[in-house]
Design a binder for this molecule. Structure first.
Ligand code: MG
Length: 278
């Protein structure tokens, strides 16, 4: 799904216990589109799906992508992410694949043509047996999404861009794309984000606008997420690079805090991005 005008700005929408409240947040920051985080089970395939679908319709908000999320994932620190996130942990892989299929069906029910996930740390060594297993897993998911007319987007940041590019080429699936998050490259210590955007340019389906500062020990400890414009991404360079590569999708602001400060920071981010996009 493409916006009417390239680089239309939206936000990442977490659907908690009360979707109406989440939809109000989108309106409160003055945008009309959002990516949706994985909703609780009763909305996903359960009794409250229709209620959620109708609330979205009535709100006039366009959902551009639905993100997967899995029980047992933790972003506490980088080693914990490696151990718990995405399709990399073998013992939860199959249940997470099944959950992804459910998210794909949910998205289809909302008329959304993109599903995305943090797939976890792809091994850099392509001879590692886990590399082939994850490759096969993503191919299965891609093929499921293709039947539903969807792309499956991999969130960046947990590996260097060149590793991800090699993985994308090995996948050989036209509907596997990238949800590019420039701050993740910094927070995880995986490389300079503007350069990475150039490396991955042929695969970008969607982008997050998020900012952050490098850690003192990149790749060992987290960097720090900041409001847009206050971190090391360089939002002006980021938007300029998006224009240079001819990006014509949405820009989704992600600010991973909560409460009034989140709303305030997102409003600031919307204003900043609007001034840069023009
Ligand atoms: Mg992100």
């Amino acid at each position: 799904m493409k916006p009417e005008k390239p680089m239309e700005i939206g936000i990442m929408l977490g659907v908690g216990d009360d979707p109406a409240e989440s939809l109000e947040k989108v309106k409160a920051v003055g945008v009309t589109n959002a990516q949706m985080g994985c909703p609780p089970e009763e909305y996903l395939g359960g009794t409250r799906f229709e209620e959620l679908r109708d609330a979205i319709r009535e709100s006039g908000i366009t959902i551009t992508t639905v993100f997967c999320g899995f029980a047992g994932e933790s972003y506490a620190d980088i080693p914990t992410v490696q151990r718990t996130v995405g399709y990399v942990p073998a013992d939860t892989r199959e249940e997470r694949v099944q959950k992804t299929f459910a998210v794909s069906e949910f998205a289809k029910g909302l008329g959304v043509d993109a599903v995305a996930a943090h797939i976890g740390f792809v091994p850099e060594d392509t001879k590692d047996p886990a590399y082939k297993e994850i490759l096969a897993t993503i191919q299965r998911i891609a093929d499921y999404c293709a039947v539903n007319g969807q792309v499956f987007s991999l969130e960046t940041g947990q590996e260097p861009a060149e590793t991800l590019l090699g993985f994308l080429k090995d996948l050989k699936r036209a509907n596997v794309r990238v949800n590019f998050d420039p701050a993740n490259m910094i927070l995880y210590g995986c490389g300079e984000p503007i350069e990475a955007l150039g490396v991955l340019k042929d695969y970008i389906a969607s982008v997050h606008a998020k900012d952050g500062k490098w850690s003192d020990k990149p790749g060992v400890t987290w960097g720090v997420e900041t409001p847009l414009g206050e971190g090391d991404v360089g939002m002006d360079r980021f938007v300029a690079k998006l224009k240079e590569i001819g990006y014509d999708g949405y820009i989704t602001i992600e600010r991973e805090i909560s409460g009034d400060k989140q709303i305030e920071d997102i409003r600031g981010g919307v204003a900043l991005l609007r001034s840069l996009v023009g």
